[in-house]
Design a protein around this ligand. Sequence first.
Ligand SMILES: O=C(O)CCC(=O)C(=O)O
Ligand SMILES: [Fe+2]
Length: 282
Amino acid sequence: MTTLSAEWQTWVRDNLARGCNETQLIASMAEAGIDPVAAGMAVLQAMSGTEASIASGPVTQAYTYSSPRMPQVGSVIQTSDRDVRVSMRMGQPVVALLDNVLSFDECDQLIDLARMKLQRSTIVDPTNGTHKVIADRGSSGTHFAVNENAFIASLDTRIAELMHWPVENGEGLQILNYQVGGEYKPHFDYFPPEQVGSGVHLAKGGQRVSTLILYLNDVERGGETIFPSIHLTVVPKRGSAIYFEYCNASGQIDPSTLHGGAPVLSGEKWIATKWMRQRKYG
Ligand SMILES: O=C(O)CCC(=O)C(=O)O
Ligand SMILES: [Fe+2]
């Protein structure tokens, strides 16, 4: 057990005093190499004003891994229309790397459909009247409602079977496109229960329980999905997907699933993300 340095304790207190969001603080600390569970404890202790020393060594997690949704055996998951190959699996946190989730043709179709929707979000340039894409944030996105059309419905069914969770508990498939420099800073996909703002999200469908990120293209350089607290890096591969879960049957959440999208260094990156909720969503 080591103690979080005085500098970090001061940093936490100062940022809380400035009104920074707790989750962002934990994510920044994790990015700097601090165990996110220890970072979370530091933030909680600072919020409650205690000066006790804070453990940043191995931390006993409250999260119970006893009944993962993703089976912990087998190399193939048979869905109603496709055999998906498990190429890597771990139990704590529950993570699985899946190959052959989408055909190349399905990846291209998703990109084309999303591109059409993305193109609709243009503004008219007041200087010359031409349509142009709204300011480049390094990433842009759109989503498809659950069962929006026959193609999306077939994917929603397959994805639900892979995630071992009902279609109706899923949020609509989200498509993200990152250009060079585009990234997604480390974050949790669940809604932090201690945050006031989470209430509105939790009211509909409850907590998020699991995520499937589908890679729609090969990225020339960069754009890996990174899990800083478990030191896992997933290289995007067209048609493959990374699955992870972070909310168990008791409603506990697993902070070791902190993850982000590393900056794209060359080329571009297209992904589709499915989030599952505890209950029926929508
Ligand atoms: O871009 C990535 O690899 C991560 C995406 C992600 O974290 C999300 O969609 O929730
Ligand atoms: Fe995420």
